[in-house]
Write a protein that binds this ligand. Structure first.
Ligand SMILES: Cc1cc2nc3c(=O)[nH]c(=O)nc-3n(C[C@H](O)[C@H](O)[C@H](O)COP(=O)(O)OP(=O)(O)OC[C@H]3O[C@@H](n4cnc5c(N)ncnc54)[C@H](O)[C@@H]3O)c2cc1C
Length: 275
């Protein structure tokens, strides 16, 4: 099947994109890795596609004392390759490396992944665990939301009409911070069936845990001290979230969460100081 007819616009800057997105049943496109198939399958039928992949405001990297603000159109490959600085000790490159395969990573963007809000995608769960914030610009105002406030459900976000993601702010973590990240996929390069990301930074007493691939929004525990102290609690949180009905899926999720927690202690963490 081929896409229904649409106009293609490539504005020069964010102001132009905001104007272009304000009318004509418009939809932004970044890497096109999800929107492309959706257009071809006619699951999306915008009147206008606004290419935002090259906008300078969405390609910038801004180092701040407390973290780094990444432009939404930075690709997974740029994180994987270390082409951008990392305010964590190497966690972003690890996450990016595990996304699909290189051809997808060359085009797919961090902002596109968040906007698409596939529950099984890597960035939404990993960035929720890392305490990241999403920067948005609309016709009238700019605002920012925590990742777990931005993602409302499966393929559902807080994006208002005409609004786009301009960036993602990732807080700086100490060199001692630990990150456990595990997912289970049937085949390499496929979306995950179970996924968990855990961040522990004792320097700032941060202990966060996020569970993805739940067929709904990520489960985020911003103060996960309890469950990290006693991993038997994993069963309780999965049950409380209604994720225990299917015994096979429950066992898989439990194992992935336990492995992510165990990785905090057992796994050699990436080398290098935060940028
Ligand atoms: C074969 C295949 C395997 C994949 N496997 C994985 C995987 O294992 N893990 C994983 O995490 N991902 C996976 N993906 C998804 C991929 O990584 C992309 O991140 C994802 O497709 C979206 O990024 P994009 O830049 O291509 O967005 P696009 O496809 O351009 O857009 C996706 C959606 O986001 C909207 N959008 C894009 N940019 C913005 C913006 N700045 N502001 C507001 N809305 C915006 C679009 O309107 C559209 O609704 C896979 C994709 C493919 C094709």
């Amino acid at each position: 099947m081929k896409a229904a007819r649409f106009d293609y616009l490539r504005p020069d800057d964010l102001a132009g994109a905001t104007v272009a997105l304000a009318e004509g049943r418009a939809r932004p496109m970044a890497g096109g890795q999800s929107l492309g198939p959706m257009l071809n399958l006619r699951l999306a039928r915008p009147g206008r596609v606004v290419d935002v992949s090259h906008l300078p405001e969405l390609r910038r990297v801004e180092a701040r004392p407390d973290g780094i603000l990444y432009g939404a159109a930075l690709t997974h490959a740029e994180f994987e390759d270390g082409a951008v600085p990392d305010p964590t000790p190497g966690f972003l490159a690890r996450v990016a490396h595990g996304i699909a395969y290189r051809a997808v990573r060359n085009r797919g963007t961090i902002g596109g992944s968040l906007a698409h809000a596939d529950p099984a995608a890597d960035w939404p769960t990993a960035l929720a665990a890392l305490g990241a914030r999403v920067h948005l610009a609309g016709p009238a105002e700019t605002r920012e939301l925590a990742v777990d406030e931005f993602i409302l459900g499966a393929f559902e976000t807080a994006l208002a009409p005409g609004e786009i993601i301009t960036g993602v702010f990732v807080p700086r973590r100490s060199a001692q911070a630990r990150f456990g990240y595990r997912k289970s996929c049937r085949k390499v390069g496929e979306f995950a069936e179970a996924m968990c990301a855990v961040l522990v930074d004792r320097e700032s007493d941060v202990q966060r845990l996020a569970i993805g691939a739940t067929e709904a929004r990520q489960l985020v525990f911003p103060a996960a001290h309890d469950v990290l102290r006693s991993p038997a609690r994993v069963d309780d949180i999965l049950r409380d979230a209604g994720l225990a009905a299917d015994p096979a899926a429950f066992r898989l999720r439990r194992e992935v969460v336990r492995q992510a927690i165990a990785a905090l202690a057992s796994e050699s963490q990436p080398e290098g100081q935060p940028a």
